[in-house]
Design a protein around this ligand. Sequence first.
Ligand SMILES: [Zn+2]
Length: 258
Amino acid sequence: MTTIDPVKAGSAAGVGILELLQKHPDGLNAAEIRAAVGDAGDQEQLMRRLRHVRKYYHVPYEKVDGRWVYVFRGEKQNVKTDSGAISGKQRARILNLAKGRCQMCGRTVEGDGIKLQVDHRVPQTWGGLTVDENLWAICVQCNHGKRDFFASFDPDEMAELVKIESVHERIARFLRMHEGEWVDSHYIEDIANVRDRQEDWQKRLRELRYPVVGMDIETGRYKTPEGFIRSRYKLVKWVDLPPDHQQLIRAWDNKENS
Ligand SMILES: [Zn+2]
């Protein structure tokens, strides 16, 4: 059993939470942690404590035996700190790749007089890293719109979401956070790609609608004020994803293609 360092755990309650989780390898949910650790605090305090201990310990929020729980996975090795600061060189590289075009709305510096800003695609508060793959150049207007949209999510919930391994589950749960509302494709793309840049996120969306899964997601197109056509998605009906949804999807694909 790992000895918990009180400094790394941040507080006596932090030590208590980690020791408790070590004794429960199948994980515990927030209510169970709070019931067992007297001074874990209210929901918000507990989240803050978990955020703190996660700098040094692996405590993912995962589905274990069909339950969403916090699991202790040991101490992190060589904790890398990501200050979030974008270096001058990195900024120049990202701007150069954008070729004067906003990567979100498509308007250009030359044609539309926009100003470009280098931005974290997946925000840092959600665990997005300051690496080229997570940076893009977008115009001031898009950046503001994006901030407003992201502000409507709970950062803790999002940080948990980006850790989910199944791309299907990530997309579905993200849409569920705005159930019944249109969500711009850019955000879904980011959530799909956050763990693996190779994901064909549009295919993943289609797969969620397979009869073997049964999610009801509507696709729409709209015209931005600048005249660009964008796609967006709306979750109409949520279903709990079967734990083996990825196998079910593969089996469905095989059947359809045979
Ligand atoms: Zn833009």
